[in-house]
Design a protein around this ligand. Structure first.
Ligand code: DP6
Length: 326
């Protein structure tokens, strides 16, 4: 059977960085994100007893070795669950650049998990789907759900899944993404998670996250934008402090990144509601309110080195569609 699913990328307000179990992607800390409506991955999966090996294409070309083996491993986990040995044909398409810290692995593995489980005849509930998506890419656990989403850390596979804390329509925030590079990063998030505990600051970060997460959840439920923004900026800087102080040190920022961060703070002094956050890449997500959205994107586009500004809002969780990619 053939199935196709679409999932949105997500931007973490409280970040996942470091695993307690690397193979199962059980995270050290809980995290919280917004699933985005315009950064989408589509995945079509068909299992076929006649195939000798899995055929995997991404954005129209055969997947490179590292990506391929990660997808095959994920399919193997789902096949074991379903008791199937059939190989699969998989096509995946992203409407935004991959590997540049825009969370293509989150939306990609969320869509792949939903399509593959359906194609295998499984009917997981949301929690199971989220837990299984997590084993492909941690942040994919959150892209299963729409709107504002919390993924809890736990010691066992079935207990670490994401749940919606508020639907997309609860609060229409804007994420204006200033793209300064679309070159895939040279060090993967997977490697970054491995390095996290080598930072002497990591213990302090985990304590900080534990305190910040309930505050962020509260800011969302109360629609307190200033609180959300201040917490999000502090959190992103804490994440990057870990990256810089890991051994070896990781640095995802580019000169253009710093220019955007400075511009956001300058615009804020002028009265615009805008706060930044960044994941494992040089591109900057600028959170703002609908009233200031147009002005924020216009001002970001004027910053030297910004190639493009993409605007996203809270969007739906993963869903199956009838239009297949093949
Ligand atoms: C900085 O989910 O990409 O974006 O589990 O190895 O696929 P893997 O890592 P990934 O890590 C995301 C890290 C982050 C923060 C976040 O999205 O929470």
């Amino acid at each position: 059977m053939k199935a196709t699913a679409v999932a949105g990328a997500n931007i973490a307000l409280i970040k996942y960085w470091g695993n307690r179990d690397e193979a199962l992607r059980l995270p050290m800390n809980s995290s919280l994100s917004i699933t985005l409506d315009t950064l989408l991955s589509t995945s079509t999966v068909m299992f076929d007893g006649d195939l000798e090996e899995d055929e995997i294409s991404i954005d129209g070309t055969p997947a490179e070795a590292a990506v391929r083996s990660r997808v095959v491993e994920h399919l193997d986990r789902l096949r074991r669950w379903a008791g199937s040995e059939e190989r699969a044909r998989v096509a995946s398409y992203n409407n935004f650049p991959r590997g540049a810290g825009l969370a293509a692995s989150a939306s990609g593995f969320a869509a792949l998990t939903a399509a593959a489980t359906r194609a295998l005849g499984l009917s997981p509930d949301e929690r199971e789907l989220s837990s299984w998506a997590r084993t492909g890419s941690g942040s994919a656990a959150r892209s299963i759900l729409g709107g504002y989403v919390e993924w809890r850390a736990a010691d066992r596979h079935p207990d670490s899944y994401a749940e919606q804390i508020a639907p997309p329509e609860h609060w229409e925030l804007l994420d204006c993404i200033a793209i300064v590079s679309t070159v895939p990063k040279s060090v993967s998030s997977a490697e970054g998670h491995r390095l996290a505990p080598t930072s002497p600051l990591y213990r302090a970060r985990l304590a900080q996250v534990e305190a910040a997460l309930p505050q962020m959840r509260q800011a969302i439920l109360e629609r307190d934008f200033q609180r959300l923004g201040e917490l999000a900026e502090a959190e992103a800087l804490s994440l990057h402090a870990i990256m810089w102080t890991s051994r070896p040190s990781l640095m995802y920022w580019m000169p253009e990144t710093v220019r955007v961060l400075a511009a956001v703070r300058e615009r804020r002094r002028e009265g615009l509601s805008a706060y930044f956050t960044l994941d494992a890449g040089p591109n900057v997500h600028v959170l703002t309110t609908p009233e200031h959205g147009e002005q924020v994107s216009r001002r970001l586009a004027q910053v030297e080195g910004v190639q493009q500004v993409k605007v996203a809002r809270p969007g739906p969780g993963v869903h199956l569609v009838e239009q297949h990619l093949f």
